[in-house]
Design a protein around this ligand. Structure first.
Ligand code: 5GP
Length: 189
């Protein structure tokens, strides 16, 4: 996606050879018009699959999922990372190792919000080693729902997630794939 690549080049900051910061438009401040284009693009890419719900993970996935949901006309469910007394007792949960935080956390979704047999599209901001997507996939499986696709805004192709998920036969599509960020220079696939 040309617009996304331009945003990454013009506004992204390479933190080190493995971490990209896109706080200016995706992870802290949100560029609403840009997010709308992302939502439209996901709909175009996944126009041929059946989607009953979009599943993501808080917090950065929410804005992306919201933008896409307008075009799919389906609800968004986001997995919660923090324990809360207000969360239903009947939940699906999975353990995820966080690439950015360097530790594991639990993702939880109420059983009310994913139903047996539904077609689920997972959306997220980044793909690194694939742990977040695998955790969400496990929640989809616990609910006996179908994973119809996985959409990622920025895949870091030099980390193992993309290969891992594609080898599993997952319908994975990324709007931009970065092949390297050595010496602060971003190279796209
Ligand atoms: P994975 O689970 O695929 O290893 O990592 C994906 C998750 O970690 C995403 O949900 C994203 O929030 C975070 N993440 C991974 N790499 C980056 C990165 O380079 N920049 C930012 N901002 N987040 C990342």
């Amino acid at each position: 996606m040309k617009l996304l690549k331009e945003k990454i080049i013009n506004e992204g900051k390479v933190v080190d050879s493995e971490v990209l910061k896109v706080d200016n438009f995706l992870n802290h401040q949100l560029d609403i018009n840009f997010l709308n284009e992302i939502g439209k693009e996901f709909k175009e890419i996944f126009k041929d699959i059946k989607v009953d719900r979009i599943l993501t993970i808080e917090s950065s996935g929410i804005a992306i999922a919201y933008a896409a949901a307008k075009y799919f006309d389906v609800p968004v469910v986001f997995a919660k990372k923090t324990e809360s007394r207000s969360l239903d007792e009947e939940i699906y949960e999975s353990q995820i190792f966080s690439f950015t935080k360097g530790r594991a956390y639990k993702a939880r979704v109420s059983k009310k919000y994913i139903k047996n047999g539904e077609n689920i599209l997972i959306l997220d901001d980044f793909l690194a080693n694939g742990r977040a997507v695998l955790g969400l996939k496990s929640i989809v499986e616990q609910a006996s729902a179908n994973l119809s696709g996985v959409g990622i805004v920025i895949e870091k192709g030099f980390q193992e997630g993309g290969r891992l998920l594609r080898d599993m036969g997952i319908n994975l599509k990324s709007l931009a794939i970065i092949d390297s960020m050595e010496k602060g220079k971003i190279k796209f696939r």
